[in-house]
Design a binder for this molecule. Structure first.
Ligand code: 8OG
Length: 163
């Protein structure tokens, strides 16, 4: 099992996505994110990935945990992803070796160019709803075979406590 993060920053009716240039999912639009390194908190890992991938600075404590997605790829492999959102950050998104960032209007999110699961849970995140989901892909990781998604009660801390 691998632990990873995804982070979605929004400002003035727009969302920051990036086209992934390498690795799993290259060519797709997604939020910045990646593997959680040993000793890192999910929140700390999310902030690090935002800086590394799109050169935007965000403080870990300014990120709000909105959901956890479990992705199964075939029978053996699965990944658990902590999904954050944030509105407080600094710096101008810029292209790196890993990613090409771009702002999209919230009304025009390119779901057909994203992982298939995003169309189910990203609208919940944007509506301020917390969620937990399980998504099963075929072993090629391209086709979503089944999914389960639950809206969770919102926490009094606004998701700012651990992790
Ligand atoms: O470090 P690396 O780039 O390999 O991390 C993979 C990133 O891609 C991580 O942020 C989680 C994300 N990711 C997958 N598979 C899937 C998927 O099926 N759906 C979504 N939404 N994100 C995924 O690796």
């Amino acid at each position: 099992m691998r632990l990873a993060t995804l982070c979605f920053l929004t400002r003035r009716g727009r969302i920051l996505l990036m086209r992934k240039k390498c690795g799993i999912g290259a060519g797709k639009y997604t939020g910045p994110g990646g593997k959680i390194e040993p000793g890192e908190s999910p929140r700390g890992a999310a902030a690090r990935e935002v800086l590394e991938e799109v050169c935007v600075k965000v403080l870990p404590e300014d990120l709000e945990l909105m959901g956890v997605c479990k992705f199964h790829f075939g029978r053996k492999h699965f990944m658990e992803v902590f999904v954050f959102k944030g509105t407080k950050f600094s710096g101008k998104p810029s292209e790196t070796e890993e990613a090409d960032p771009r702002w999209f209007p919230l009304r025009d999110i390119p779901y057909t160019e994203m992982w298939e699961d995003g169309r189910y849970w990203l609208p919940l995140l944007l509506a301020g709803k917390r969620f937990g989901g399980t998504f099963k892909f075929d072993p090629s990781r391209e086709r979503l075979v089944s999914h389960r998604l639950r809206i969770l009660p919102s926490s009094p801390s606004g998701g700012r406590r651990n992790p």
